[in-house]
Structure formats: structure tokens, C-alpha cells
Design a protein around this ligand. Structure first.
Ligand code: CP
Ligand code: NVA
Length: 308
């Protein structure tokens, strides 16, 4: 197991399955009276360069449930790479806390934190990827279908950080991943190439399309996310012109398998990438999915921070 949790692609399939098994065990344990305080006395520093609801609260609660604590460091306080270099921040923090979770703009910044810190570093979202989200997503898919291998996961919308991590976990665990996104909004080519190589080993089928209707045809899961990710707000108007054909609405859902589930990492922009009727309808798994962030991340901090 690596010191850090930076990207799904860094893990062997068995390591990801072990994290999912642990998440399931900790979720059960928590529901039946609570978790063992295995992280007693341990503190996770949470660095945020961007806003958050789920990541902030679920990591904080994960630490508390395991007997530890978490410390929120806002964008203004740290000034990552501005007030102080990332290398210096990493070496200072490792003397105070036992783990770092960071939500950053440039992916390189979370990699640099991990390079310099002798304590675990967790990627809580970068412009490139969102591995904690993908782990919770895999848990949600497993809970719904009793397996991940062979499930058809279709992502509709922007080829963003969430799409990249979802593609990676599908490729690792043998789920078939299809994406339909507009031209000009593809996932990064290096991420696609690496996932194609991994999929050859797992047997996952990866499909890259433009037409959302074609993409959902055999979908067991339809997944969408915001058209405009944090940091791209100046492109929002242009994106609102391009993305409407990619809206997940009742019509699109009716074109998929009858028992299709709909997922969204949240926050949702209702009326844009997803309609109210779908978000609140019978196929929606939006809230169990959000709740699974707690259980998936509990498995991550348990594994990385428990020690001997
Ligand atoms: N899905 C997700 O990461 O949500 P937050 O931005 O609220 O943390
Ligand atoms: N793609 C979105 C995910 C938010 C959790 C963003 O980066 O803003």
C-alpha cells in the first residue's frame, strides 16, 4: 500500500477491493454501535483551496468516528505556494499532525505535498482527479448491484476530474465505462491512455462517444456532474450553451436499463446537468452516494493513518 492516496490509478485492484471491504465493515460497525477508536490521538489537517460540503464534513466525521480529530485550514489561512512554499508547509505540518488531506487547483500541488511530507497525503480533489469520490462511487455501485465487475457505467457531461477518477476505478475493477461528452471537453489524453492500458488487464471495456443517447443505451449507471467545475467559472456562460444536450432528464433515463441508477457527486445544479425529477426520482442514488463518502474515506484514513 502507498503512503498516500493521490489517484485511483496508483492502486492495484486488490488494494482497492480491500479498501471497499474495509469501508463496508466500518459502515456496518458504525451502524451497530460505533467504530473502534483506532485513530485515537491522531489528527488530519484538511487544506482547502476550494469550497466543500461533503469532503470537509465527511473527513472530519470519519476521523471523529475512529477516535481521532481533524483540523480545517481555509484557503485564506494557508496560501498554499503563495504565503509559503508547499515544501515548507509539508515539512511543518508533519511535525504537528499525522495526515494531510488537500483540495487544490493544480494537481501538481497535492503531488508535491506528498513528495515532501513524511506523513500520508490524501487528494481531496484537484483539477485533474477526485479519487475519494470514485471510491465512494464504487461502494455505491457495489451496494446496488452486489458487484462492480461487468457493470455498465455511463458518464454524461464534462470530461472533468470526477470523470477521470470514475474511469480509473472502472478500468481497475472491470466495470465497463462509457463517456459521452461534447467536443472540446474530453478527459486529458494521458488519463485516457493509462486507463486503456489498465482496462486491458481487467477486461473493462472503455467507450468514448459524443452522443448521450447512444451512451446510455445499455447503462446500469448514469453518472453526471456540473458543467462548470470550480476554477472554471469564467467559462460558465459558454458551457451553458454547449452542454444542454447532455442534461440527465427523464427522457435520457428512460433510454437506459429499467433498473438503471443515477449518480452525481454533488453539488448538483438542478435544471442544468440534472433535472429535479431525476435527482429526486426513483432511479436516484444521490444521497446514499454522498453518505458513502464518509464510509469510503474512513477506510482510507484507517488504512493510511492507523500505523502498527
Ligand atoms: N462531491 C464533493 O466532493 O463535494 P464537496 O465539493 O462538497 O466536497
Ligand atoms: N467537478 C466538480 C466536482 C465538485 C465536487 C468540481 O471540480 O468543481
Amino acid at each position: 500500500m502507498h503512503k498516500d492516496f493521490l489517484d485511483i490509478i496508483d492502486y492495484r485492484p486488490q488494494e482497492l477491493l480491500n479498501l471497499l471491504d474495509l469501508a463496508i465493515r466500518l459502515k456496518k460497525e458504525y451502524a451497530h454501535g460505533g467504530n473502534e477508536p483506532v485513530l485515537k490521538g491522531k489528527v488530519l489537517a484538511m487544506i482547502f483551496q476550494k469550497p466543500s460540503l461533503r469532503t470537509r464534513v465527511s473527513f472530519d466525521m470519519a476521523m471523529r468516528h475512529l477516535g481521532g480529530d481533524a483540523l480545517y485550514l481555509s484557503p485564506n489561512e494557508i496560501g498554499l505556494g503563495q504565503r509559503e512554499s508547499i515544501a515548507d508547509i509539508a515539512r511543518v505540518l508533519e511535525g504537528y499532525v499525522q495526515g494531510i488531506m488537500a483540495r487544490v487547483f493544480a494537481h501538481e500541488h497535492v503531488l508535491e505535498l506528498a513528495r515532501w511530507a513524511n506523513i500520508p497525503v490524501i487528494n481531496g480533489l484537484s483539477d485533474y482527479s477526485h479519487p475519494c469520490q470514485a471510491l465512494a462511487d464504487a461502494l455505491t455501485i457495489y451496494e446496488n448491484f452486489g458487484r462492480i465487475q461487468g457493470i455498465n457505467v455511463t458518464y454524461v457531461g464534462d470530461g472533468n476530474n470526477v470523470a477521470v477518477s470514475l474511469m480509473q476505478i472502472c478500468a481497475k475493477l472491470g466495470a465497463n465505462f462509457t463517456i459521452a461528452n461534447p467536443e472540446g471537453y474530453d478527459m486529458p489524453a494521458d488519463a485516457v491512455q493509462t486507463a486503456i492500458n489498465v482496462a486491458r488487464e481487467s477486461g473493462a471495456k472503455l467507450t468514448f462517444l459524443r452522443d448521450p443517447h447512444e451512451a446510455v443505451q445499455f447503462a446500469d449507471v448514469i453518472y453526471t456532474d456540473t458543467w462548470t467545475s470550480m476554477g472554471h467559472e469564467d467559462e460558465a456562460k459558454q458551457r451553458e450553451k454547449v452542454f444542454p444536450p447532455y442534461q440527465v432528464n427523464d427522457q435520457l433515463v428512460s433510454e437506459a436499463a429499467p433498473d438503471v441508477i443515477v449518480m452525481h457527486c454533488l453539488p448538483a445544479h438542478r435544471g442544468q446537468e440534472i433535472t429535479d425529477s431525476v435527482a429526486d426520482g426513483p432511479h436516484s442514488r444521490l444521497f446514499p452516494q454522498a453518505h458513502n463518502r464518509l464510509h469510503a474515506q474512513k477506510a482510507v484514513v484507517y488504512t493510511l493513518m492507523k500505523g502498527d
